[in-house]
Design a protein. Structure first.
Length: 182
């Protein structure tokens, strides 16, 4: 994780001379998370909060990286998937018109809390452990207001299995508002 953070910081510092604008700020929002691969699971609503840094290279192209605490998982009658991550999405931002942008890129997540209880063979619940990392793809849209407010709507498609013994993956719709200090 340290190498990834150093790479992101180096990217931002190294490209500052070629950029038109730098964003640095905070953001928070709501997650509507689900686990794919099982129809008995329902959505889990949680929150996300963290910081972002972005560089706008031209009027049409930029990149943004976030560090977010994110509540994810799913709910179902017989147990729960309560998953909390530190996620690091790195998205390219393509500006269609001033402020309005499309976003796409990878996201790297690291589990900080996993409470997974599933029905056992004997009728009781047994605890499982989630995979320690998660890789996702992000697509989304956003609007950067001129007075520092940022709005984002993103969808994460999970690539990594939540548990090592099944094909369940994280899928998250997130809506967030942020404020850029620069």
């Amino acid at each position: 994780m340290k190498k990834l953070i150093v790479a992101v910081v180096t990217l931002f510092i190294g490209t500052t001379a070629f950029s038109q604008g730098i964003d640095l700020g905070v953001k928070a929002g709501v997650n509507f998370a689900s686990i794919s691969g099982a129809s008995e699971y329902s959505n889990r609503t949680g929150f996300q909060a963290g910081i972002f840094a972005g560089i706008k290279f031209t009027d049409k192209v930029g990149v943004q990286a976030d560090v977010l605490y994110s509540q994810q998982g799913a709910e179902f009658d017989a147990g729960k998937f309560d998953l909390n991550y530190v996620n690091i999405p790195i998205v390219a931002k393509i500006y269609l018109v001033k402020g309005l942008n499309l976003q796409a890129g990878p996201q790297f997540g690291f589990i900080v809390k996993d409470e997974i209880y599933q029905p056992g063979n004997g009728g009781g619940l047994f605890k499982e452990n989630a995979e320690k990392s998660d890789v996702s793809a992000i697509i989304g849209a956003g609007y950067d207001f001129p007075f520092g407010i940022r709005l984002d709507a993103r969808y994460n498609f999970g690539f990594t299995d939540v548990l090592s013994n099944d094909k369940s993956k994280n899928n998250v719709l997130s809506l967030a508002i942020g404020y850029s200090f620069l």
